[in-house]
Design a protein. Structure first.
Length: 97
C-alpha cells in the first residue's frame, strides 16, 4: 500500500488493499458525534412509525409530590414492574380523546 500522493511507487499486483479503519464515512466525509446521534434518532422514529411494536424513545420529565412518588415506587415493587411500565399501563387505561 502506498501513500495516495506517491506518484513514483507502483502497486504490487494481487495484493488486496486493506480496508480503511474506523467508522465508514457517509457522503464522503465522516460524521460528527452530533450528526451520528441525530441520524440514530431519526432512524429510531422511522422504525417506530413503520412497525408499531417498536418503542419510540421520548423523554418525560414531570414534577410530582414526594408522597405520590413513594406510592408509585411501592406499587411497582409490589407488582414487579418498572416505573415506566406502570406509567404506560396507566396511560393505556385513559379514554381516547
Amino acid at each position: 500500500m502506498k501513500h495516495p500522493s506517491d506518484q513514483h511507487t507502483l502497486e504490487l499486483p494481487e495484493i488486496p488493499l486493506l480496508k480503511k479503519r474506523g467508522r465508514p464515512a457517509i457522503h464522503g466525509k465522516p460524521m460528527s458525534a452530533a450528526e451520528r446521534k441525530r441520524r440514530s434518532r431519526s432512524m429510531q422514529v422511522g422504525r417506530a412509525t413503520r412497525d408499531h411494536n417498536q418503542r419510540l424513545p421520548k423523554a418525560l420529565s414531570v414534577e410530582i409530590d414526594a408522597s405520590l412518588h413513594q406510592r408509585l415506587k411501592r406499587y411497582c415493587e409490589a407488582n414487579g414492574m418498572t416505573q415506566i411500565e406502570a406509567l404506560e399501563q396507566l396511560i393505556q387505561t385513559l379514554p381516547e380523546v
